[in-house]
Design a protein around this ligand. Structure first.
Ligand SMILES: Nc1ncnc2c1ncn2[C@@H]1O[C@H](COP(=O)(O)OP(=O)(O)OP(=O)(O)O)[C@@H](O)[C@H]1O
Ligand SMILES: [Mg+2]
Length: 419
């Protein structure tokens, strides 16, 4: 630009000079007049040059401003676009945009994960095989927003589909609500199950109390037997409520286990000593096998670990036959402490194994209820172990026995200073 300005200046100067020399001569003027003409010509030329240079500078400045503005706008657009891309990439919801013909032109990774391959260039029905979504997209292309619910391959989706401005296409946002719906169902089932479990002993207590009121009190023998039954059902109610409270506490975010090094061997011996009499009543033998005299130390909450082992040993006493041997074993394994409660009882049929940690799940509901079970014990076990950062698993074979294994972090591992 500067070079062009200089050329213009030179052009302007030489042009004015020539004009100043030639014009008086051509008009036949005398030399003084020609000199005056020359002087004026030079002055005009100089002025014209200054004006031209200033114009060029001004034009140059304006052009630079336009360029800077264009650069700024382009950078803003790029930043906006990459911000939008980042938002779309981070969204758990699946998002796609179609053109006016209903073909997907933009999609985020969440949709690509569902589709299995790039959704761009395909129609919504090719990506998610549900006619309701395709219909919603068509409605959006005609200017109407839609909300549809879709069941696809065990997943439940809520899709919001809206038109883009000026009929350019449609925008769809798909929200996976499978877990939410499952949680709602579990909660509903839980309330129904809990109410049912509470109703049975309550109804019995009421029945016996009414019978006593209506005359059975006069018969001392019958009265004693009814009162005994009332006490038994009240105890059942109490254990049910205790289990419900224990479960709700284990699940509550307001409660946290107090993790500290716990001597697993000592805890196992305490639990077994507590249950020895009951085991003897059922004809079940209990023993504790710890690999080292002081026992491995786990990073655990002492009370919770005791609760867990009590539930497991109690199960092994109640859900087996007389003559069963129950062993509580503890050992370390690659930075973890494993505690096993193993029995040589009747075992659990394989098809029940994936479900026995569910609330209220019992292999044989009638029999379990007879022995005072609510089906909450193992779900409490699982929650407590998980809250302590561990895991629990079961291995069972019909006729051979059942082994529950708890894996907890070893305390020594936890105490080691981090690198
Ligand atoms: N060691 C075992 N041997 C055979 N079956 C078992 C054993 N432990 C658990 N079960 C089965 O798993 C079911 C679920 O156990 P869980 O402890 O959750 O409930 P429960 O013992 O019936 O009741 P609760 O523990 O609430 O009093 C039991 O009903 C029983 O059928
Ligand atoms: Mg139990």
């Amino acid at each position: 630009m500067r070079r062009r300005a200089r050329l213009l200046w030179l052009g302007g100067t030489s042009g004015a000079l020539l004009a100043a020399l030639v014009a008086p001569w051509a008009a036949g003027a005398p030399w003084p007049a020609m000199a005056l003409g020359l002087g004026m010509g030079l002055a005009v030329g100089w002025l014209a040059d200054r004006i031209a240079a200033r114009e060029v500078d001004r034009a140059e400045g304006a052009l630079a401003d336009v360029r800077a503005e264009a650069r700024r706008r382009a950078a803003e657009l790029r930043a906006g676009e990459s911000r939008l891309r980042a938002v779309l990439d981070a969204m758990v919801e699946a998002v796609f945009v179609t053109d006016a013909t209903g073909v997907i032109v933009t999609a985020n990774p969440a949709l690509a994960r569902i589709a299995g391959r790039a959704p761009e260039g395909r129609t919504p029905i090719e990506v998610i095989r549900h006619p309701a979504l395709a219909e919603a997209v068509e409605a959006a292309l005609r200017g109407r927003s839609q909300r549809v619910e879709l069941d696809v391959d065990d997943r439940h989706w809520v899709a919001h589909v809206a038109p883009l401005p000026e009929g350019e296409g449609a925008l769809a946002v798909l929200h996976d609500v499978t877990e939410m719906r499952l949680a709602e169902r579990v909660r509903r089932d839980f309330v129904a199950n809990a109410s049912h479990e509470l109703r049975t002993p309550l109804a019995a207590i009421r029945g016996y109390a009414e019978t006593l009121r209506d005359g059975a009190l006069a018969d001392a023998e019958a009265a004693r037997s009814f009162v005994e039954r009332i006490v038994r059902h009240a105890l059942r109610l109490q254990s049910l409520v205790d289990d419900l409270l224990a479960l709700s506490r284990a699940e509550s975010p307001d409660w946290a286990p107090r993790l500290e090094p716990v001597d697993v061997g000592a805890t196992a011996r305490t639990v077994v000593d507590e249950l020895r009499d009951r085991a003897a009543e059922h004809g079940v033998r209990l023993s504790v096998e710890i690999e080292a005299p002081e026992g491995p130390r786990a990073q655990a909450d002492a009370t919770s670990l005791e609760h867990v082992l009590t539930n497991l040993v109690d199960n092994a006493i109640r859900h087996t036959r007389p003559g069963t041997h129950v062993r509580v074993r503890a050992r370390t394994d690659a930075g973890a402490v494993l505690v096993e409660v193993a029995d040589d009882g009747p075992g659990i049929p394989e098809r029940h194994l994936p479900r026995i940690f569910e609330r209220f799940y019992r292999v044989d509901p009638g029999r379990s209820r007879q022995v005072g079970g609510t089906g909450l014990g193992l779900s409490i076990v699982r929650h407590l172990v998980q809250r302590m950062g561990g895991s629990v698993s079961v291995d069972s074979q019909i006729g051979t026995g059942t082994t529950f294994t708890i894996r907890l972090r070893a305390a020594d591992e936890g105490e080691r200073p981090s690198a």
